[in-house]
Design a protein around this ligand. Structure first.
Ligand SMILES: [Zn+2]
Length: 142
C-alpha cells in the first residue's frame, strides 16, 4: 500500500525552526506557472533593510537634532582623529570612502564614532566651552 506524497511539506529543522517549504513534483508542475512569477518578484525586492549582516544605520537624525539645538559657545566641527591608528579627517561626513562611522549622538552633546580602519571608539563630548575627545581601542568581546 502506498500513500500518495503530500502535495507540499513545511520543513523544520531539529529545533523546530521553520526553514522552508518542499513542493512535490506533481503539485509544482500544476502550480509552477502561477507561483514562479510571485516568487521571482518577491526575490527581487530589496532586502538590505532586513539583512542581519548589515551594520546598523548611522543615527544621522540624532546628529541633525543635536545640530538643530546646538547651544555651545563654538560652531559644530566635523574633524575627527583616531589616536590608535592615526586615521583622521577634516569632515567625517564627506570622506569617500568613509573613515569614521557615527554610532551615536545625543542632545547632551555626546557623539560617538567608530574608526573604520581599526574599530576604535572615538567619543567626542561637547561641553559649553570646549570639546573633549577620547579614543578607546577596539575590544573583541568574544
Ligand atoms: Zn583607528
Amino acid at each position: 500500500m502506498t500513500t500518495p506524497p503530500a502535495p507540499f511539506i513545511e520543513l523544520h529543522d531539529a529545533s523546530q525552526t521553520f526553514v522552508g517549504v518542499f513542493i512535490g513534483p506533481e503539485l509544482w508542475a500544476r502550480t509552477k506557472d502561477a507561483i514562479l512569477p510571485i516568487l521571482e518578484a518577491a526575490g527581487q525586492e530589496p532586502t538590505d533593510a532586513v539583512s542581519p549582516a548589515a551594520p546598523p544605520a548611522e543615527p544621522l537624525a540624532d546628529f541633525e537634532t543635536l545640530l538643530a539645538y546646538w547651544d555651545f559657545a563654538y560652531p559644530p566641527a566635523y574633524d575627527l582623529a583616531c589616536a590608535q591608528c592615526g586615521a583622521k579627517t577634516e569632515d567625517w561626513r564627506k570622506d569617500e570612502p568613509r573613515k569614521f562611522r557615527l554610532t551615536s549622538a545625543n542632545l547632551g552633546g555626546q557623539t560617538s564614532f567608530c574608526c573604520l580602519a581599526c574599530r576604535s571608539k572615538i567619543i567626542k563630548r561637547h561641553f559649553k566651552k570646549h570639546v573633549s575627545v577620547d579614543c578607546l581601542p577596539f575590544v573583541d568581546k568574544s
